[in-house]
Design a protein around this ligand. Sequence first.
Ligand code: HAX
Length: 426
Amino acid sequence: MKLFLAKMEEIADSLRAERKIIAKQHEETKIGEITAGQVLGGMRGMPALICDTSTVNPDEGLRIRGIPILDLTTMQPEDIFFLLCTGSFPSAPERQELHELFNSYSSVPYYVWKVLEAMPQDSHPMVMLSTAILVMERESAFRKSYDAGVSKDKHWVGMLEDAILLISRVTTIAAAIYRMKFNKGERIAPRKDLDWGSNFAYMLGVADPTGKFSELIRMYLVLHSDHEGGNVSAMTANTVASALSDVFYSMSAGLNGLAGPLHGLANQECLGYVLELHDKFKGVPTDEQLEEELWVMLNSGQVIPGYGHAVLRVTDPRFTAFYNFGKQNCTGDPIFEIVDKLFQIAPQVLTKQGKAKNVWPNVDAASGSLLFHYGMKEFEFYTVMFGVSRTMGISAQLLMARASGSPLVRPKSIPTATLKKMVGIE
Ligand code: HAX
């Protein structure tokens, strides 16, 4: 890891110096105001966290290190991880080193399989993923270096080693969960000659005569890799890590948040909904039938999965990337056709209803239909796919936080009575 370490060393030194200057010179400088609405509304829009890996602009969507995500869709996930951590693309030797690192721990120790095998058959694949990550905590290089009294300025080195080990193993673990949970046969061992994304596609064991499934998986891993620091999974992982918990504790906690239906589980729910529509109408519903169904859903107090976003106010560019892939490769597939029809109709219905601040599709609206098209039909697994990808962004964020010496997270909570007094209600 010589090259990566050298690059991160420079970045860590300058980050820490920069943070110290801002903290010293601007400790009392105001950068915003907080409203009661924000406190009651899940802290929406409060500039309360620092995240250098990516930004999400409401009118444009995700940029990784300033680069629009739609300009990165054909890159290798390894390049994206390097970009997330360092702000630049890897040179050829750096890429080679990272490729070797991502492969170096891809064999998973036996105790992880034993734990997974002991879990009840009806355990959700996200519970299996989160548990498998947590049990590997005993191998944490960060914890060992902390226990050995390594200086605070060097804590990031152990974090980086943990992140590499985790990312290297997570695809092997996730693919094994897929095969174990859905009776797909023996685990498929990783290959050293493949890149990280192709290896994942290979270990899943989905038939891929055209190579398109592998191409989709690589793009999937890129598109879900990061979404700034305030989403539930990233913020949870960062909060846990701020107590100097290691990558394994933090990632497992973050993924537990990703497993919620308002976050990563939405992709499972989206495809479930599309399949329900397909079954009910014995194919693709007409525009009128679909509109009526959407109203039934809204009137019964349910949300339309895959639509809306806490930050975005336009179509998610990650949806656009998946949608374009579907248009090129999946036309004629009734499941994708329903996704396409939802895209035409759901925003109009949500606009008429007038509640959602964003009526446009998010990343989860199309991704499942593409996996389904290539034969990965077990949609309970889709959030795991998301989680595998997000280990890159969350790891990069944890690394940056440790490298910059980020403090313990400890905001102030207030009782409702205090809030009432603050806003002038007696
Ligand atoms: N269908 C129906 N109603 C919706 C809606 C949707 N897709 N999106 C928002 N609304 C409703 C909200 O439920 C809320 O209603 P109440 O006032 O009755 O509580 C109202 O519109 C205002 O909400 P908002 O401010 O626009 O949205 P939030 O920031 O509160 O929530 C969500 C953002 C993503 C959770 C929301 O849009 C939603 O539930 N979408 C469907 C689930 C989904 O697709 N989740 C995945 C999001 C992407 C992601 O994080 N993936 O990991």
